[in-house]
Design a protein around this ligand. Structure first.
Ligand code: APR
Ligand code: ZN
Length: 375
């Protein structure tokens, strides 16, 4: 059936309100407008940021179609789109790259002004939505909704990847893998022989561990309250596992004792203020670097002992591994195809889209590092 220029009716998961179970509904997906692309989704990961949205920890507009870590094939393109064409394999990008804004033009910036994470409007760049259900407007999630058979995203929030990419796995390279791996290798630039601590051993934290290991870190301490994460974390390179709920002292004191001087690099990949503070206090006072990759709730405030900043340590936020997404993500896919990196250990489950609730259950139980939905 030729769908060009027509509204497509397909299945999508809708969150009608915060904390309400997702329901799979028939939705209408309008054709892409100027500067947009419509994509047939092939796979989507379930990421911690989606969970923050569904729980209402991030202020968003409901009802919405969640998901942002996705791989698909371009179905059609709007006017003026020239970086991709129907049939191309693409990844969608929670952090777009417009190549025009201050962040995109600065050599060190990647938090494009056209992103829709902080804050989340839920609409396309022209202020409207492409989704509806029974006549009601449905919002987008981070301008990249992926829990749907078809989605529409701005051209700047998608990128063409190698034709040989295995589409049932590479969705992880759209967000979780580069977010973690890049935090270690690109943002922190972890040094050989260094000591690291990683708070949170989910999809992002596991990718951070892989980046620390690839950079030659000699000790990688993994922190998680779910001990089911420990065996896989050890297999990826974690040398010591800590469950803060089973320690007699605050975890940062234990890390200080274990290392004597504090770690060279601390990473937070959970999105909680307490663990951000613990990561900061685990760092060496003089040269330690603390990287925050977790997304905190919309109203959260971070409170640190101010005098301690003087001693020289660094606090840094990192979004999508500091990569300029359209420039760098395709190369990560190519590196995977050339066996320079391996995302396979992170894909612990793959389930068809109609088993979305089982997939969410695996995510919440912590049994999965990443559970991938297949459309
Ligand atoms: N202390 C230690 N570990 C915790 C705590 C805590 N208080 N609370 C949760 N965790 C662990 C969970 O058990 C889980 O293993 O943190 C991990 C989070 O992993 P995921 O849920 O898989 O989330 P992920 O996709 O890795 O995202 C992590 O990075 O990009 C951000 O928005 C994202 O804030 C989120 C974070
Ligand atoms: Zn930009």
């Amino acid at each position: 059936m030729n769908t060009l220029g027509k509204t497509i009716t397909c299945r999508a998961a809708i969150a009608w309100a915060k904390n309400s179970p997702l329901s799979i509904e028939e939705v209408q997906v309008e054709p892409p407008k100027s500067g947009e692309v419509r994509i047939k989704m092939i796979s989507s990961g379930i990421c911690g940021s989606d969970d923050h949205v569904l729980k209402g920890e991030l202020v968003v507009n409901f009802p919405l179609i969640p998901g942002h870590e996705g791989a698909g094939i371009v179905e059609s393109v709007g006017d003026g789109v020239c970086s991709m064409k129907p049939g191309d394999k693409v990844l969608i990008l929670i952090i777009p790259q417009c190549r025009e804004c201050d962040a995109c033009l600065h050599p060190k910036g990647n938090f494009c002004y056209k992103q829709d994470v902080l804050p989340c409007s839920g609409v396309m760049l022209d202020g409207t939505s492409r989704f509806s259900c029974r006549g009601q407007k449905i919002y987008h999630s981070f301008r990249t909704s992926s829990f749907t058979e078809y989605t529409v995203v701005p051209e700047i929030a998608a990128v063409k990847i190698d034709d040989a990419a295995p589409m049932d796995k590479v969705c992880l390279i759209s967000c979780g893998f580069p977010t973690g791996y890049g935090a270690a290798v690109n943002s922190a630039k972890v040094t050989p022989g260094s000591t690291c601590v990683v708070f949170g051993l989910g999809g992002v934290g596991s990718a951070i561990v892989m980046g620390c290991k690839a950079s030659g870190a000699s000790r990688i301490i993994g922190v998680d309250i779910n001990e089911e994460k420990f065996p896989r974390a050890r297999a990826l390179g974690v040398t010591d596992c800590l469950n803060p709920n089973k320690l007699e002292k605050p975890v940062q004191e234990v890390v200080m004792e274990m290392t004597g001087v504090g770690v060279d690099f601390a990473f937070e990949a959970i999105g909680l203020v307490d663990t951000m503070v613990a990561a900061w206090n685990s760092c060496n006072n003089s040269y330690g670097v603390c990287l925050i990759a977790g997304l905190a709730p919309s109203d959260a405030q971070l409170s640190l002992e101010a005098p301690k900043i003087l001693s020289g340590k660094t606090l840094k936020g990192v979004c999508l591994g500091d990569y300029k997404t359209r420039d760098c993500i395709p190369q990560i896919v190519t590196d995977y195809l050339q066996n320079k990196i391996n995302i396979d250990p992170l894909v612990t489950y793959q389930l068809p889209f109609n088993q979305l609730h089982e997939a969410l259950e695996l995510f919440h139980s912590g049994k999965a590092i990443r559970c991938v939905l297949l459309f």
